[in-house]
Design a protein around this ligand. Structure first.
Ligand SMILES: Nc1ncnc2c1ncn2[C@@H]1O[C@H](COP(=O)(O)OP(=O)(O)OP(=O)(O)O)[C@@H](O)[C@H]1O
Length: 614
């Protein structure tokens, strides 16, 4: 299993530990409900005791008032049996009432913890884990656990106690027949053990397959446009059908296994009952047993039928819960790679000058062998805007992602005003650094909530200014203005609209360092020019690191760094690089045209938008 190593979902069906180990590890979620569970168990045991007492009363009825034709005694004992029946019903009601509320509460707590943990895990974890596998863990696996905690576990204990209690009473009633019933536990145990082993593997397979199906649904929903555009519906439907078929087959196999086991389990108490009836009748005939005792014996023995019959279901439920616990612990066991150091510094925005320095930074994605960044040395002075330019795949986005610590550097360090980023409190760092990505993520909440994600306290004027800067005033024209709830991932907006909202969101934070990963790529030329001129004013007050593809956007930068194969090969004003670095010209020549090619040597770094086009 990849847990702890930050790997992907566990190998299918592989069970290396004791199957119940992970289930046991979740016991601390039971602790806050210990009192409720104790009452629950007491109510359950009391109800069972009341149920067990009824056959004993029946024995007295048969051997007493019935044999002696004593009507008054009969009414007394019948009244007692009625009271016992009523007590049993009331206790069962109380048990069910408490049972549902505490198990639902436990499920909610585990779900919240898994969700909080998912948030702490780095992007590299989410790169490797299919989202459907996470979804199925946080939904269906937790429901399985709830069912086990509310029913399976309870009945396991209750049935065991009932079995032991009844067997003791049976031995007292007739030692030989009682021991025969006790001995029937041996085949029951063997059948149950065999079943448990097989069922655990099947339930792991099925729960993983449920995750696969969820992943396919999620992918289809996300990629619906692409799927339709390429007319790939039938192929994806076939892939989905294959996946659901596998799920169906596993479900059927599991069902059959349960059916076979249930039949075997059923056979044992019924065979024992047959033997008891014949031997018991012989004992009554020989005068070694009263009729009342035989009635009580058989009635008590009948009380074992349900615990034995339900054994298969309880084991199945327990195995599914063990699998669910395995799958949930795989997530919880993955340690967040990026966490606060034991001693951290929190820097106030007002004290920050904003000098950002990369010192011999190398970086390699987990699970890969080739470094993406190799010994990057780069300084962005306070208030300076530095653009990173490079061929596609050269590592620009990776470089930027190191600043808000979405990934941590491999070797070397990045400092902000001389502080290693790893020494800054994460929350503080992420308040100081605001980021807008090329593929902006908007959440399914209102435009206002999306905008104020990094500054929940932002006032209306500030939001208005940020929207103006990002040329995103279109938001006011949405059906409910800024209160309009966006569709999932903001997909109800155009790419350019999403980018502008994401830019407004980043600017609204008033960060010390603004990190923009090609945030204007989806804008038309006119909107881009308007955003750029507004951005230019904002960038004066903060340090900024930009990835730009369009030469026009380079005008925003004071200096440009050329990233080639993970190394900074040149840094300087745009015009200087253009004049002196052929590789820089080559990279820009591959970018789409925005402005005419300048004459070389080029003009001032921020003047004009020179473009080399080959
Ligand atoms: N999550 C990841 N896991 C493994 N490798 C990755 C991951 N993300 C990116 N890479 C690899 O790292 C390299 C640099 O990617 P990066 O996205 O930083 O390049 P880029 O210069 O920003 O490219 P582009 O201009 O196309 O956006 C690429 O070879 C890419 O395949």
């Amino acid at each position: 299993m990849a847990a702890g190593s930050g790997g992907g979902p566990a190998d299918r069906g592989e069970i290396r530990r004791h199957p119940l180990r992970n289930l046991w590890r979740l016991r601390h979620y039971l602790r806050p409900h210990a009192v409720e569970f104790s009452w629950l168990m007491l109510a359950g045991l009391a109800a069972t005791a009341a149920g067990i007492a009824v056959p004993l009363v029946a024995q007295r009825v048969v051997d007493g008032p019935v044999a002696e034709r004593d009507l008054a005694g009969l009414f007394q004992l019948a009244g007692l049996a009625l009271l016992l029946g009523l007590a049993e019903a009331l206790l069962i009601f109380i048990r069910r009432w408490v049972q549902s509320s505490s198990s639902v509460a436990m499920e909610a707590t585990i779900r919240d913890d898994v969700y909080a943990h998912l948030q702490r895990l780095p992007p590299s974890f989410h790169d490797r884990w299919p989202s459907g596998q996470l979804l199925s863990r946080i939904t269906s696996d937790l429901s399985v656990l709830r069912r086990f905690l509310s029913f399976g576990l309870f009945f396991l204990v209750l049935n065991l106690v009932t079995y032991l209690g009844v067997v003791v009473l049976l031995i007292r009633l007739h030692p030989a027949l009682g021991l025969l019933v006790a001995a029937s536990a041996v085949p029951l145990f063997l059948i149950a053990r065999r079943f448990g082993r097989h069922y655990h593997a099947a339930s792991r397979r099925m729960q993983d397959q449920q995750g696969d199906v969820a992943t396919l649904v999620e992918e289809t929903a996300q990629g619906l446009r692409t799927m339709k555009a390429y007319g790939r519906g039938p192929q994806l439907a076939a892939r989905f059908a294959a996946s659901t078929r596998a799920l169906h087959d596993t479900g059927v196999a599991k069902g059959r296994l349960l059916a076979r086991t249930a039949a075997r389990l059923d056979l044992v108490p019924n065979l024992t009952l047959g033997i008891v009836l014949v031997a018991g009748a012989a004992a009554v005939a020989a005068g070694r047993l009263t009729v009342g005792q035989l009635v009580a014996f058989v009635s008590l023995q009948l009380m074992l039928i349900w615990p034995v019959q339900s054994l298969g279901w309880i084991i199945a439920n327990g195995q599914e819960a063990a699998t669910a616990a395995d799958r949930i612990q795989e997530v919880l066991d993955t340690a967040p790679a990026i966490v606060d150091a034991p001693v951290t510094v929190a820097l106030a925005r007002s004290t920050i000058r904003g000098r950002l320095r990369f010192e011999a930074v190398t970086f390699r994605y987990p699970g890969t062998t080739t470094p993406v960044l190799r010994g990057v040395d780069l300084t962005v002075e306070p208030g300076e805007t530095l653009a990173v330019v490079g061929a596609t795949g050269s590592g620009k986005s990776t470089l930027l992602s190191l600043v808000p610590r979405l990934h941590d550097v491999g070797t070397g360090r990045i400092t902000l005003d001389g502080h290693d980023l790893r020494d800054l409190r994460l929350a503080s760092l992420r308040r100081l650094v605001a980021t807008a990505f090329e593929e902006p993520t908007l959440f399914s909440m209102s435009v206002w909530e999306n905008l104020t994600l990094g500054r929940p306290d932002a006032g209306e004027d500030e939001v208005r200014a940020a929207l103006a800067l990002a040329q995103a005033e279109f938001a006011y024209d949405l059906p409910w203005g800024l209160r309009t709830r966006l569709g999932e991932q903001g997909l109800s907006l155009s790419g350019g609209q999403r980018q502008r909202l994401a830019l407004a969101r980043a600017v609204l934070v008033r960060p010390a360092v603004l990190v923009l990963d090609d945030p204007l790529s989806a804008l038309d030329v006119h909107t881009e020019a308007a955003v750029e001129s507004a951005l230019k004013r904002v960038l004066r007050d903060m340090t900024a690191l930009l990835v730009v593809h369009r030469p026009s956007t380079i005008a925003l930068a004071d200096r440009v760094a050329l990233l080639e194969h993970g190394r900074i090969s040149a840094v300087g004003p745009h015009a200087e690089l253009l004049a002196t670095v052929p590789a820089y010209r080559a990279v820009l020549s591959a970018e789409p045209a925005a402005v005419p090619h300048p004459r070389l040597p080029a003009g001032p770094p921020t003047g004009g938008f020179p473009l080399v086009r080959s």
